[in-house]
Design a protein around this ligand. Structure first.
Ligand code: ZN
Length: 140
């Protein structure tokens, strides 16, 4: 019952996570699904490295490309977003997901067309800095 209520509290992001995982499964681009060691309710969905994808945390689903060299650090960061999702529930997509995606897109633009300094500070801004802290990520 507690697990069900928790799933319901984070339902919008859970539905998006399920939909995204299903989409990649349908295209045969999903490599595997594993349970997070730190957060057993969270599933880590690994996509084929050829898929143009980074990583995203949607409720009980972390979807990540197999192309990452520093996979464990990215997973810890995404687990930090899972904690934010638990805290914020239905507000997560608006309060964390939206600013995170906007900053990600702006950073990509800055890296391609600017000096890259904005992009270099991506993890220093909220909500990324909090996700790092909650996930126990230390950046040099
Ligand atoms: Zn993030």
């Amino acid at each position: 019952m507690k697990h069900f209520l928790h799933y319901l509290w984070t339902l919008p992001q859970n539905l998006l996570g399920l939909l995204l995982a299903w989409r990649y499964e349908r295209c045969a681009q999903l490599l595997c699904v594993q349970r997070s060691a730190r957060f057993p309710q969270v599933r880590i969905v690994t996509l084929d490295a050829a898929v143009d994808f980074s990583a995203i945390s949607l409720g009980h689903y972390i979807i990540i490309s197999d192309s990452y060299k520093d996979r464990q650090r990215i997973i810890r960061h995404e687990e930090g977003h899972c904690v934010q999702s638990d805290w914020l529930g239905p507000l997560y997509l608006l309060a964390v997901g939206l600013p995170s995606i906007v900053m990600f897109l702006m950073s990509g633009y800055n890296r391609r067309h600017g000096d890259g300094r904005f992009a270099d500070r991506y993890y220093q801004r909220w909500p990324e800095n909090q996700a790092d802290r909650l996930g126990g990520v230390i950046r040099g």
